[in-house]
Design a protein around this ligand. Structure first.
Ligand code: SF4
Ligand code: ZN
Length: 267
């Protein structure tokens, strides 16, 4: 089955998207998010692109170039934000925890941008390999709060928009093959902080296991979907509004304002 058909099937199966929704596709410059935008445009969804310039030398420049190329070919609006304009700093200026702060930053900015600009849903390029490596990481750390959340669709609540992973069931190699065949512009440049991310090791391990059982990743994911209810916590949790930026937060100050020491939020 062609990749587009598989994506169409996932969209129907998990009720991911509607044709009347305004969709913000978060694009990084890499093959997965670019292919997500490409396929959604082909399937006639109403999309705009969103890109964050993280200020990582060489990597961010080449990523931005590829994102611009993609927007031009697809003829869709491209929204770019510069991390430095908002926080006064770049990911490179951090002394530690680059990837975890980068993750918090990307999730916050794409949600905030989508929320303030009337989007209904955010689509990311996360694929099956991403999902199972994050799931394994959260299991190894017993991050109980995150364990129920490895879903293809996270519904909206408070000021959080709906989040959708259209490649939830698709392996990375299939996306790469499609992207090359279609001539989608993307970069294979690697961020210099990637070597510090333990999930890269989990991916290697899962690929090794695939030599013994080619369905191991899907088996892990579908088993999780069957049994994930055991991780659901019965708690009466109330979200708040961040005292600085006003976005939905678990505590009085959201993690974005906390890690970047924000005093007042301005785009
Ligand atoms: Fe951000 Fe880490 Fe990815 Fe680099 S490797 S873009 S720091 S999450
Ligand atoms: Zn905040």
């Amino acid at each position: 089955m062609k990749l587009e058909e598989k994506v169409k099937k996932s969209i129907e199966k998990y009720k991911m998207l509607n044709k009347d929704e305004k969709i913000l596709v978060s694009v990084s410059g890499g093959k997965d998010s670019h292919t997500a935008a490409w396929i959604l445009k082909k399937l006639d969804y109403n999309i705009e692109l969103f890109h964050i310039n993280l200020g990582i030398s060489k990597f961010s420049e080449i990523s931005l170039k590829k994102v611009k190329e993609l927007a031009e070919i697809l003829n869709v609006p491209l929204n770019i934000v510069n991390l430095k304009d908002i926080t006064g700093k770049t990911i490179e200026d951090l002394r530690k925890k680059h990837c975890s702060i980068c993750g918090i930053t990307k999730r916050y900015l794409m949600n905030r941008f989508g929320y303030e600009n009337g989007f209904d849903v955010i689509v990311t390029g996360h694929n099956l390999d991403d999902e199972v490596s994050f799931l394994l990481n959260n299991l190894l750390n017993w991050s109980i709060r995150y364990l129920p959340k490895h879903l293809p669709v996270l519904p909206s609540h408070d000021k959080f928009l709906k989040k959708v992973k259209i490649f939830y069931e698709i392996e990375e190699e299939e996306i790469l093959e499609y992207a090359e065949k279609e001539g989608i512009p993307f970069t294979t440049a690697k961020c210099k902080f990637q070597k510090d991310a333990i999930t890269v090791e989990h991916r290697k391990y899962l690929n090794k296991l695939k030599e013994y059982n080619k369905n191991i990743k899907k088996q892990f994911l579908y088993g999780y979907l069957k049994y994930r209810h055991i991780f659901e916590l019965e708690e009466d949790f109330q979200f708040k509004e961040c005292k600085i930026c006003g976005m939905t937060s678990a505590g009085n100050i959201c993690s974005f304002c906390r890690v970047w020491k924000i005093k007042e939020f301005k785009w």
